[in-house]
Design a protein around this ligand. Structure first.
Ligand code: FES
Length: 320
């Protein structure tokens, strides 16, 4: 669904302390678009906030999408709003699914989940188990009571699962876990920024960087700090659908300029990690500053994250 579609909440249940599992369906009960593990959907909340949530149900259930939502009182308000409003019968505008974190094809897997990052990993574990592909899954959380979907994961993964509540077991021993993977094992990780940074460091140290696939779901390091704003240059952006050309000055972000001219822009994190603002590039060469696109996608230059990306030349043409 590239255009937002109205979905109805059909069930809500507590999945852990401060986490609800929310089931969504078409109001007429029809089939939803197909999805694969790692996919996410975008909900537009009544306040206008846009939030992305990984699908964590069973892709074979074509009538229902399930998401897990952690209530974050010190967040930007979206999770609190959704916790308040998600009741059976409630309607939300939803777009997607999109997938920036696909399950790769591999002879075996190591899955690493931290906190609410378990949601895409749960769908991946279900797929690997269904295919009979060997896997190991390690799921860490603050305490046992905060670890959503632990029962479901246990039922699917059995002995292949290690649960690590931090207050009982401490942090995962990444050197041991990653040092023990087979030569052809793919590593998929989703969790908070510090966990992912530690996984990235350890994979780089062990020469596993090309086998690591991860998804960031929360604001961590400000990606823009990796770029020296003093080197930003002005450029023009032509809006192919809206019409007109805007100038993006060196001291403004592309998305700030676009927001003034294009109503209903899709975005969320504004830090280049969620993928919500991905926009098709019809002309010019984008300068990518996000952590969503792969190296291959960057080189192809067909899309860009307009919240952090800029232009390598003087002019971009965007499908806006
Ligand atoms: S808004 Fe999240 S990547 Fe741009």
């Amino acid at each position: 669904m590239t255009t937002p579609t109205q979905l109805r909440v059909t069930a809500v249940r507590a999945a852990a302390q401060d986490v609800v599992a929310v089931d969504l369906a078409l109001p007429d009960g029809g089939d939803l678009p197909a999805w694969r593990p790692g996919a996410h959907i975008e909900l537009r909340l009544p306040s206008g906030r846009l939030r992305q949530y990984s699908l964590c149900g069973d892709p074979a259930d074509v009538g229902t999408w399930r998401i897990g939502v952690l209530r974050e009182p010190r967040g930007r308000g979206g999770s609190v709003e959704l916790h308040e409003l998600a009741r059976p019968g409630a309607l939300f505008m939803v777009r997607g699914p999109r997938n920036h974190f696909p399950l790769t094809s591999a002879p075996s897997y190591l899955f690493l989940a931290g906190g609410i990052g378990v949601t895409p990993i749960l769908a991946m574990v279900r797929a690997a188990a269904g295919r009979g592909t060997p896997f190991t899954v390690v799921y860490g959380g603050r305490t046992r009571s905060t670890m959503a979907f632990a029962d479901e994961l246990t039922a699917v993964a059995g002995d292949a699962l290690t649960l690590l509540p931090q207050d009982e077991a401490g942090l995962p021993d990444l050197p041991r876990l990653l040092g023990g993977v087979n030569a052809d094992t793919a590593v998929h990780a989703c969790g908070p920024a510090p966990m992912l940074a530690a996984v990235e460091r350890e994979c780089a140290r062990l020469g596993l960087a090309d086998r690591l696939h991860l998804e960031r779901f929360t604001a961590g390091d400000d990606l823009e700090t990796a770029y020296d704003a003093a080197e930003n240059r002005d450029f023009d952006v032509q809006l192919a659908r809206t019409g007109g050309t805007l100038t993006v000055p060196a001291d403004r972000r592309l998305i700030e300029v676009l927001r003034d001219a294009v109503p209903g822009l899709s975005y969320d994190c504004e830090k280049g990690y969620c993928g919500a603002c991905e926009t098709r590039v019809l002309g010019g060469t984008p300068e990518h500053r996000d952590s969503v696109l792969s190296e291959e996608e960057r080189r192809a230059g067909r899309t860009m994250m307009i919240c952090v990306g800029r232009c390598r030349g003087d002019r971009l043409v965007l499908d806006l």
